[in-house]
Design a binder for this molecule. Structure first.
Ligand SMILES: Cc1cc2nc3c(=O)[nH]c(=O)nc-3n(C[C@H](O)[C@H](O)[C@H](O)COP(=O)(O)OP(=O)(O)OC[C@H]3O[C@@H](n4cnc5c(N)ncnc54)[C@H](O)[C@@H]3O)c2cc1C
Length: 442
């Protein structure tokens, strides 16, 4: 991890930002991070500093816009570009491509802090910074990385990743989108991709740039029995002939300020230099990037849960019924205390796995698949349950948009579906156990 430059940039940004940001966020419980000793959540001073910068930004700029943009199902592009100014859009991208060169823990910190203010905005951030930028940084050619990563890190381009299709979600290797080599320097992609975050930003045209998975037949693949050999990954930019917006997917249950779309590839001609990684080897890119995605989605769950615990604890302290604070009733105490315990367990699990995840591990090495499946599984359910408790503690007010817990409750459901359903994580974990000769948990 090259932290110096990233940390120095963050430090400068933080100072100037602090000077301007006299606006305060009245209900922050943890204002005193700067005086804390390193913790499992902030293992180094750089991590702690990063958390402070993002928390201040989330409270002052992300939280105030969340209701409006979610209600109107609009993506806040200007705010997204502010993340570029803060050096957050390429958190795991090496500095030579204008990223911050930080690690998985840093990525989790950002996702947790942003999601506590607006999970939908954070989902768009995840699609850009992890599904697009981190994937390209780890797997792309030097030419592609130099051409696209600086613009992704500044926010000039908003990226996304196309894996799912209408009939291939959990069964992602059943995808029908095909890529064929049509010349020595050219591929053609045809197919439909569904549920693509940042697939459109304005509702009428495609988003800016995508990493697109397609099944392809390389000479090696045809002679191999391994299905992992027959998928390739391509970078496709807005405006490429044959690449269009199918439909914007509206009226989602939650995550409404994150734009979701169907994208269509109709004999879309891509220069061979846009191949990311080796032809036929894209399953390795996919699986490796999914590990960081699962961690960041779990971090979003932790952000949602933390906000809900803070909100319900405050409400239980201030709201009176039968002449006393409702926090003095055992049933309410149980909701708040259980929520706090679950959130703390999820956060501890998350950061323990994040510290172990190696972003530059060789794709053939075993990394943290089982643990990342487990942490996302645990934290997704945890966030939904804690958000449900928060609504219950707030009574009628919990059911209103004003206190934001109903939005967090709706948003939390996505974390049991996107990036792998709960059942997919359960399947993966059990299959990993079945592969082991000796089952032993260290
Ligand atoms: C808001 C949103 C944003 C998204 N963003 C992106 C994106 O940016 N890029 C992208 O590529 N995708 C994206 N997705 C897609 C997401 O990853 C898929 O929705 C998810 O993987 C589930 O696939 P599916 O919807 O096809 O459900 P299905 O796979 O059809 O699953 C339906 C049900 O069957 C269960 N099931 C399926 N197979 C099994 C099995 N073998 N064992 C047990 N149960 C099983 C599932 O767990 C689920 O309960 C997004 C989805 C949403 C809703």
């Amino acid at each position: 991890m090259r932290k110096f430059h990233g940390a120095r940039a963050l430090s400068l940004i933080h100072r100037s930002w602090r000077m301007r940001a006299s606006r305060t966020f009245s209900h922050s419980l943890t204002r005193s991070l700067s005086t804390h000793a390193p913790s499992p959540f902030d293992p180094s001073p750089e991590h702690r500093h990063l958390r402070e910068v993002v928390r201040d930004f989330a409270e002052a700029e992300v939280d105030p816009q969340a209701q409006e943009f979610n209600k109107e199902e609009k993506f806040n592009l200007k705010l997204f570009q502010r993340l570029g100014e803060l050096g957050l859009l390429g958190v795991t991208v090496p500095e030579e491509y204008h990223g911050s060169g930080m690690d998985a823990t840093a990525a989790c910190i950002i996702h947790e802090e942003l999601a506590a203010a607006d999970p939908a905005f954070t989902l768009s951030y995840l699609a850009h910074s992890i599904l697009f930028a981190n994937n390209l940084a780890r797997n792309g050619s030097e030419e592609l990385k130099h051409a696209y990563l600086p613009k992704a890190c500044s926010g000039e381009l908003v990226g996304g990743m196309c894996m799912s299709e209408a009939e291939a979600g959990t069964d992602v290797l059943g995808m029908r989108t095909r890529a064929e080599q049509t010349g020595p320097e050219e591929f053609s992609i045809s197919g439909h991709k569904m549920w693509i975050t940042n697939g459109t930003l304005d509702g009428s045209t495609t988003g800016d740039v995508f990493l697109v998975y397609a099944s392809s037949k390389s000479p090696e693949a045809s002679s191999s029995s391994s299905s992992s050999k027959s998928f390739s990954l391509f970078l496709v930019e807005k405006g490429t002939r044959g690449f269009t917006l199918g439909q914007q997917i509206k009226n989602k249950c939650g995550m409404r300020a994150s734009m979701t779309a169907e994208l269509v590839f109709d004999d879309c001609r891509i220069p061979a230099k846009n191949l990311v990684g080796k032809e036929g080897n894209a399953v390795y890119c996919m699986m490796r990037n999914l590990e960081l995605e699962r961690l960041c989605l779990a971090a979003m769950s932790c952000g949602i849960a933390r906000r809900c615990v803070e909100t319900m604890a405050r409400y239980a302290r201030d709201r009176k019924a039968f002449g006393k604070p409702i926090g003095q009733f055992g049933q309410v105490q149980r909701l708040v205390a259980d929520g706090y315990a679950k959130m703390s367990a999820g956060r501890a699990f998350l950061y323990s796995v994040a510290q172990k995840l190696k972003l530059d591990a060789d794709p053939s090495e075993t990394n943290e698949r089982m643990q990342t499946d487990a942490v996302k599984l645990f934290c997704g359910e945890m966030a939904k349950s804690v958000a449900d408790s928060a609504m219950q503690v707030l009574g009628g007010n919990g059911y209103l948009a004003d206190y934001q817990v109903e939005q967090l409750w709706r948003d939390s459901k996505l974390l049991e579906i996107g990036g792998g359903t709960n059942e997919a994580h359960q399947k993966n974990i059990m299959l990993d156990f079945l592969r082991k000769q000796v089952i032993e948990i260290p």
